[in-house]
Design a binder for this molecule. Sequence first.
Ligand SMILES: [Fe+2]
Length: 478
Amino acid sequence: MSEKRKPGGRQSRRAFIAGATVVAVASVANGADAPTHRQASGVKVGEVTDTTAVVWARLTASATRNTDGTKIVGKGAKEDAPLTDAEVHKLHCACPGAAGRVRVRYGSKPDLTDAKATAWVDVTEKTDFTHQFALTGLPADSVVHYAVDTTDPKQTPHGSLTGSFRTAVKPDAEAEVAFAVVTCQMYADLDHADGFHIYNAIRELAPRFVAFTGDNVYYDNERPRAVTPALARYHWERMYSLPRHAELLRTFATYWEKDDHDTLKDDSWTGQKMGDLTFEEGQRIFRQQVPMGETIYRTFRWGKFLQVWFTDGRDFRSPNSMKDGPEKTIWGKEQKAWLFRTLKESDAAWKVLVTPTPMVGPDRANKGDNHANKSFQTEGDEARAFFKKHVPNNAFTVCGDRHWQYHSVHPESGLNEFSIGGASDAHAGGTPGENKDYHKFHRVKGGFLSVTARAKSIVFRHHDVNGKVVYAYEAKSV
Ligand SMILES: [Fe+2]
């Protein structure tokens, strides 16, 4: 398997590197909308290394999401009339699951004539009809083509869902690597009926992978409020069955983080509850809905020039209401020790920490959920001092959660942080305002971020929702 991705119909990499304006195009799914498959909630490929990947699959009752049923869309934390699980499965855009069997075939050829196949796996309601296949022995820096096959419980086959993704380059390979980062996707703030504009724009850029920092769905402050596990899963079904979203996830490697709204509710922590949905159930549902290995905090090497870190800010967090001090933490002792150790050990030219919440900010004074807030200042100061002392010139943070785009430089530590901004213009807002002591760039609009790492430089680009570069910052090796 040695084929390199040639993104037919996509903007060339050269154009991407030049930061050219990108025009969003309508998604034309190549097999994604085949009427015979039973995978309305799509497929997700994640945790990609130079030899492995995790393929997430889910068997559904139909090939497409519900096109009829009650529509419940809108902002706000008000609870709707209680819905039984059966009623949730009938909502507009629900993708009810179905029992049966699932497997993955994968190989280097688009027609899969050289494919290996995993064993068939039974899927049931117990796992929300999902399974995550760990693929091993993949060739580095190569396009892997795959088909997810399903059958009903009597082993009658359905049509297959096909796709592809690209594996990571070997740690010692000298490859330029570009990736895109997305945050804060509120369904009520969609800017197109087929999905966010940013999905088409990212496909046009053809990055090596796409990272999601969390708030991948909003359980609590848009309708229907996810007060049961079935409603929480409905949010995932509705968001990732959108044609543009399903098409991107079918054809790109991804990494997933969670934040407050896709665990339980705004600024949430362990032990809390929203209706019948507990924080602990929210943690389980997240790991069920995205491809994930054993460990929720992890790091991936993409060649000589780039290493990325993905941290978790919910599982190990102290209550936000706790008084700040040395014991108060967002990361927890083990994750923090791992993060500091691996950052120090890494010999990558460039190190990027993709963090669900900010570490530099500045943020609103009344917030108390992240390392840029007073409420977690002790750990925030410790982390920023660590960056300054141990990785002063080649480590950066990319943060989600905040609904405005910025490039900030921390006045004391010099840490550079890039905030992605919400997924659409309608979702933008909330900034305390531009602050010249921090900001090199500040924009209250939606979009996404891309990062390009090379031997001697790394470039961070803020894009608007259509992919146009609105700000670029290049750091050069010293
Ligand atoms: Fe958000």
